[in-house]
Design a protein around this ligand. Structure first.
Ligand code: ZN
Length: 537
């Protein structure tokens, strides 16, 4: 976002600010923490907000940082503090363990995994002492017993210097999917399931030390370590039967799905909680059990103490009913777990685009069932039209074109290696990338807005999909999608290494669509997107 403060500075003041930030940051880029060279990088330095303005960051000197322009452009989060952590993790992935980064690699970069733990079992109480890091007091924890399995464990807060990765019970690498967890912990939310480790109590006269091996929770621990955490609560099994531990851990991650608890599941839960709140609202107000004559706002008002949560449940319910609607054909192309490589859309990108653009986040004042019988209920219209748009996209780009067998794994490298990737598949894959989808769905929104403006009835963004679209508008949208899909860039192999090579941010693609060129000036489209031309059949 632009800065009023920055644009108010004259050239001299800008240089002053740059010098000042250079000093504060001791000459290092805020994101990659490598040196910024005052002369060599002179025309490739950005000054940007650390905390973005739209999340409440201030537009003044205290909130500015100096970065390499390319670091800023390729940052993975708009909050520079998060972007820095993600960059650090990337560089561990690239330089320390290119294919299979695990918790051990992260720990080794942050002063972890150094010592075995001094520990004794004193009549059913575990005593530990952290002498290597100069904490000589004895910490006592009760030894707990799982009644059915007989497994024994204790809980303690353990500094990372005493944590080691167990690559036998947990041989899986972390992968690159840490962003969500890093954001979660950065926002101050707690770890719900504690990390699990095990050790064998020392035996014999000369030894009082045992190695704590972490076999579960490595993503959560790694995310927190990357954010600077130096000690974590851990549940530690004592002298466990390791085969059974391995089995239990494998079951948890696969058949039992104890761990998979992704966002779309949360939306579903939100919808369930909403129904419970509605029941309570009716009971509190002596209404009948099938009464729908109250509004979303009435409901939120009634639960004043948890207004925000109830508002979220209402929206969860809408998102959930669109996502899992039986007529939604795009659903087959959405990856819900966040880690799979079969389907082109991640659920999170669906939320950030379709749902954030087209679902009105404001609570309605009209009754829940207002004009439901005549097909004029706003939420119902909104839901049906979003599903219709998704189906249109599914039919025009995905069904019969995207091959889930081939999936999304390393598509661009395959193109670069000359492998034969069908055009339809490549096109479908590229158009689903979040930063690209984000930009072209905005054009779809513009097509609809333009239509209503031409009819002399402009409509606010958030109410757009609650307004019934005439068939003429649907055919404009359809033409737009058909024409967009015809653009040569989606199947261009040369562009694999350039525009489709790395992860770009939204503004990169905004530039391509609105000017025809990337921000670096590379020509990508023959001409900028012209809405009038694109809605012609
Ligand atoms: Zn940098």
């Amino acid at each position: 976002m632009g800065s009023v403060y920055l644009s108010s500075l004259n050239a001299e003041q800008k240089i002053e600010l740059r010098k000042k930030l250079f000093q504060i940051q001791q000459g290092a880029c805020f994101i990659c923490q490598k040196a910024v060279h005052p002369e060599l990088h002179a025309d490739a330095i950005d000054i940007d907000h650390i905390e973005p303005l739209n999340s409440g960051g201030r537009d003044d000197q205290s909130n500015f940082a100096l970065t390499h322009s390319n670091c800023n452009r390729s940052k993975q989060d708009s909050d520079l503090r998060v972007a820095r952590v993600l960059k650090l993790y990337d560089s561990i992935c690239e330089h320390v363990a290119p294919k299979d980064t695990n918790l051990g690699h992260v720990l080794s970069q942050y002063g972890g995994a150094l010592y075995d733990l001094p520990i004794v079992n004193n009549n059913g109480s575990i005593e530990i002492s952290l002498t290597d890091i100069n904490q000589n007091e004895t910490v006592t924890s009760p030894l707990l017993i799982d009644r059915l399995s007989g497994f024994r464990s204790f809980h303690a807060e353990i500094p990372i210097a005493y944590l080691h990765h167990d690559d036998q019970i947990n041989p899986r690498p972390i992968g690159r999917q840490l962003r969500g967890l890093i954001l979660e912990f950065f926002r101050g939310n707690p770890q719900l399931h504690v990390g699990l480790g095990w050790l064998d109590l020392p035996t014999g006269e000369n030894s009082s030390r045992a190695k704590i091996r972490i076999f579960d929770g490595q993503h959560k621990i790694a995310a927190q370590v990357l954010l600077g955490v130096k000690a974590l609560p851990i549940r530690i099994f004592v002298n466990p039967d390791r085969d059974r531990l391995l089995n239990a851990n494998t079951n948890a991650g696969t058949t039992l799905r104890q761990i998979a608890f992704d966002k779309s599941v949360q939306r579903r839960l939100g919808g369930t909680i909403l129904l419970k709140r509605i029941d309570r609202f009716r009971a509190d107000n002596a209404r009948l059990t099938d009464d729908w004559s109250f509004s979303e706002r009435d409901l939120v008002r009634h639960f004043r103490g948890e207004a925000r949560a109830v508002q979220r449940y209402v929206l969860d319910n809408i998102r959930n009913s669109i996502t899992h609607h039986e007529e939604n054909r795009l659903r087959d192309f959405i990856e819900f777990s966040g880690k799979g490589k079969e389907k082109p859309f991640s659920y999170s990108s669906i939320e950030k685009t379709f749902y954030s653009f087209f679902i009105n986040q404001e609570m309605l004042e009209t009754a829940w069932d207002f004009r439901a019988d005549t097909g004029e209920n706003k939420r119902e219209i909104e839901k049906q039209q979003i599903i219709r748009l998704m189906n249109m996209i599914a039919d025009l780009i995905y069904v019969g074109s995207f091959d889930t067998e081939r999936g999304t794994d390393r598509i661009e490298s395959a193109v670069q290696n000359g492998e034969d990737i069908p055009d339809d598949h490549l096109c479908a894959y590229r158009m689903a990338k979040e930063e690209i989808l984000y930009c072209w769905l905005k054009y779809v929104r513009s097509v609809a807005q333009q239509y209503f403006i031409m009819q002399g009835q402009p409509i606010a963004d958030d109410k757009l999909f609650q307004t019934l679209f005439p068939e003429a508008l649907w055919s404009n949208i359809k033409n737009f999608i058909i024409n967009l899909r015809k653009l040569p860039l989606w199947k261009d192999h040369e562009m694999s290494i350039t525009v489709f090579g790395g992860k770009a941010n939204y503004s990169f693609w905004e530039s391509i669509f609105s000017t025809g060129s990337s921000p670096q000036g590379q020509r990508v489209l023959a001409e900028p997107i012209n809405l009038i031309a694109m809605i012609q059949s």
